[in-house]
Design a protein around this ligand. Structure first.
Ligand SMILES: Nc1ncnc2c1ncn2[C@@H]1O[C@H](COP(=O)(O)OP(=O)(O)OP(=O)(O)O)[C@@H](O)[C@H]1O
Ligand SMILES: [Mg+2]
Length: 371
């Protein structure tokens, strides 16, 4: 009887080990002092070592101190509340690659009800995060066409000015009138134009870079940066842009991804611009885009309004769906991405509504804690 029981116990252990090792998710079990008691092969692989080398050691032997200190506090907390805990963390693999995980931690108890330790199951979401980043980058490229047109437009003037300078220089030379002062004037005037062209280009390159870190940034400045790039293009279509920043005397700080936020604003502004241009083909509407910043309880509000007709009732529900577009050349990706960026990545809210003949897009972002 005893032998049978022992055998079945051993059988159980083997079954559990096989079960754990078959799971693709890294799993570990720590005692109350934070020592690893058990783990599976996936967890050992993640740490680039063997199960034997992990068991009996603590997280301090494998993870940076700051990260481990933080988790020690979390563990202490869940051992006292007995509540399960979920967290998103990143981890740099031994190959130097950044991996993202969702951690699910729960308290394990002895049969007598005393706390035994913590079980943690990790879920690798690196692929999901990368796919999302990829989509966001791709939709940024969709705005690129407009930006290139804008840069081409902005480079026109300094190029004309530069060629005038060069011709003038040749004229002075043929008249034998070149001296040190003339030369230095020529260089200075040319450099101003070249500087301007280079600034336009670096604004553009900055926009294309993905923002990988959340930070505090000023929304007024972000809007200014966008108009530095596309302002001429909008002006060219004779659209009046009204900046209603009356409530925000100083700056409105937002905690999030700056370039992605610019991408969202740019898409909404371009949508409005495209609609105005289309309406102008058959009427002579004086196109207006109104950008209003204001505060509302715990939120920062950004409203972008255009006067080229309300959003049609029958498409209102679909605006933010992927691939929904009413434009022949549209991808229908702009507003879908805007929703992912604002709601998933920055914990805000984006909505659209009409005010008579005006379409209004409203972005709500939680107020940033620090300035
Ligand atoms: N300001 C607006 N007023 C009325 N309808 C709008 C406005 N902005 C967007 N829409 C509607 O929402 C649809 C989806 O917009 P979205 O930005 O996602 O795609 P798109 O502009 O059509 O294509 P893309 O962004 O790839 O150029 C548009 O095709 C249009 O029908
Ligand atoms: Mg669009």
């Amino acid at each position: 009887m005893k032998i049978k029981k022992k055998k079945s116990l051993r059988g159980n252990l083997t079954f559990e080990d096989v079960l754990l090792d078959t799971l693709p998710n890294p799993v570990y079990y720590k005692d109350m002092q934070g020592m690893f008691i058990r783990c599976n092969t996936s967890f050992a692989k993640l740490l680039g070592t063997s199960k034997q080398k992990i068991i009996g050691n603590s997280a301090y032997d494998f993870f940076p101190k700051t990260v481990t200190d933080r988790h020690k506090i979390i563990d202490k907390n869940i051992m006292s509340t007995l509540k399960p805990y979920e967290d998103e963390v990143y981890f740099i693999s031994n190959k130097g690659e950044i991996l993202y995980f969702i951690l699910n931690k729960a308290v394990s108890l002895h049969p007598n009800g005393e706390v035994a330790g913590i079980v943690c199951v990790m879920n690798d979401i690196t692929q999901r995060i990368k796919e999302k980043e990829f989509l966001i980058q791709q939709s940024k490229f969709a705005e690129m066409g407009e930006m290139i047109a804008s840069i081409a437009h902005q480079w026109n003037e300094p190029l004309v000015e530069l060629s005038a300078q060069i011709q003038k220089m040749q004229l002075y030379y043929t008249m034998d009138k070149i001296n040190k002062d003339k030369m230095s004037d020529f260089v200075n005037d040319s450099m101003i134009q070249i500087q301007y062209m280079s600034e336009t280009l670096s604004d553009f390159r900055n926009f294309l870079k993905p923002s990988t870190l959340k930070k505090n940034f000023g929304i007024k400045k972000a809007i200014r940066d966008i108009f530095d790039i596309v302002g001429k293009q909008i002006f060219y279509f004779n659209i009046q842009v009204i900046f209603d920043f009356e409530e925000v005397k100083d700056e409105m700080f937002i905690y999030g991804y700056e370039n992605e936020m610019k991408q969202v604003l740019l898409n909404i502004i371009n949508n409005a611009k495209n609609k105005i241009v289309k309406v102008n083909e058959s009427s002579d509407l004086k196109g207006k885009i109104n950008i209003r910043l204001s505060f509302c309880n715990d939120y920062n509000l950004i409203e972008i309004k255009d006067n080229a007709g309300a959003i049609k009732e029958e498409i209102k529900e679909q605006l933010f769906e992927p691939f929904f577009t009413t434009n022949v050349n549209g991808t229908g990706f702009g507003l879908y991405m805007a929703k992912i960026i604002i709601e998933d990545k920055m914990h805000g809210k984006i909505t659209a509504h009409n005010d008579k003949n005006n379409a209004i897009f409203t972005i709500k972002i939680p107020k940033s804690k620090e300035k």
